[in-house]
Design a protein around this ligand. Structure first.
Ligand code: KMH
Ligand code: ZN
Length: 309
């Protein structure tokens, strides 16, 4: 049987990192679009997108900030657009799904459980910040619960169902796989599902390869052939986890949302540099990278002509 091609997702800016941490982190519409397009040209077939306030890089869930870059990316690439429903530390689930409801993308994220979600240790690494909001945003994440109750998941799934969006099921720990199985059993999500195994978020499962094997084995047991999977390692775990996942038959996610680095201690110049690196690794190790059309076929997506932007 032919080996399935590897889908590279690139997560362009996210909601964890702030402008002080890296000049490369994009937050204007021009920079988000430019880096997303370059990431697609480098080999990413899925672009996972958050929005930012153009004036100070703050995390935004305002559809107007998405509308400033979504059409540009669509015009310039064939990549699959995946809109985040993660929001920031301050948003309700209804606020978080507003951009996906507005733009009806081919994919959006769906976070599969509530966790402590913290990056407060990063606050101590900087003596000063480019923008006033950054320090408290980072430091206060120590008291943040990333809320994704069954009621929240059900609410989001039901409102988004008419849009035919494929979810990137974000699973930060083994229990989230069981939450997902429960949601499938009650008919909230249909096969084939796409699971993002996440390692290294403070509050989630740690970045140990044993945990990747355990998550994969658990998903095999729960979902059999009904699922596709990808791996995201946060920070220094990004490239090692992506390389290992590709060798286990999985797909990979890179991008400045998840790590600001290109190698140990060296900041990445942009998102495309990370995509080019994982592409090189994956191809050197004998896998082929999926085009956007191939990713659409593998994941059974509705098609780039059925979005609302
Ligand atoms: N930042 C990632 C660890 C989302 O956007 O919904 C998780 C994420 C969540 O991408
Ligand atoms: Zn995200």
């Amino acid at each position: 049987m032919a080996k399935q091609k590897t889908i590279i997702t690139c997560a362009i800016t996210g909601a964890i990192h702030t402008p002080t941490m890296a000049d490369a982190l994009p937050f204007t519409a021009e920079d988000i679009a430019g880096q997303a397009i370059a990431a697609a040209e480098a080999g990413a077939s899925i672009l996972h997108l958050h929005a930012r306030r153009p004036e100070d890089g703050g995390v935004s869930i305002d559809p107007k900030h998405f509308s400033a870059f979504l059409p540009r990316i669509k015009q310039a690439t064939d990549a699959v657009i995946n809109i985040s429903t993660g929001g920031s530390l301050h948003n309700t689930i209804d606020e978080r799904i507003a951009p996906a409801l507005t733009f009806s993308p081919e994919m959006c994220s769906m976070n599969m459980g509530s966790i402590n979600f913290s990056f407060h240790p990063l606050a101590k690494r900087y003596d000063s910040f480019k923008f006033e909001w950054e320090k408290d945003y980072i430091a206060n994440s120590d008291s943040y619960i990333f809320r994704n109750t069954f009621a929240d998941i059900t609410n989001a799934a039901k409102q988004l169902a008419p849009h035919g969006i494929k979810f990137e099921h974000e699973c930060y720990d083994v229990g989230h796989l069981y939450n997902l199985k429960f949601c499938m059993d009650i008919g909230l999500f249909k096969a084939p599902i796409f699971i993002q195994f996440i390692f290294g978020i403070l509050g989630g499962i740690g970045p140990d390869i044993d945990n990747l094997i355990f998550m994969k084995r658990t998903a095999d047991r729960l979902f059999g052939k009904d699922y596709h999977w990808s791996v995201l390692g946060a920070g220094g775990a990004q490239m090692p986890f992506a390389a290992t996942a590709s060798q286990m038959g999985g797909n990979v996610r890179v991008g400045l949302e998840d790590s600001l680095f290109i190698s140990r201690g060296k900041l990445a110049s942009n998102n495309a540099e990370q995509v080019a690196k994982i592409r090189r690794i994956v191809e050197e190790l004998g896998c082929e990278v999926a085009t956007p059309e191939e990713a659409r076929a593998i994941l059974d997506l509705k098609g780039g002509d059925k979005v609302a932007f």
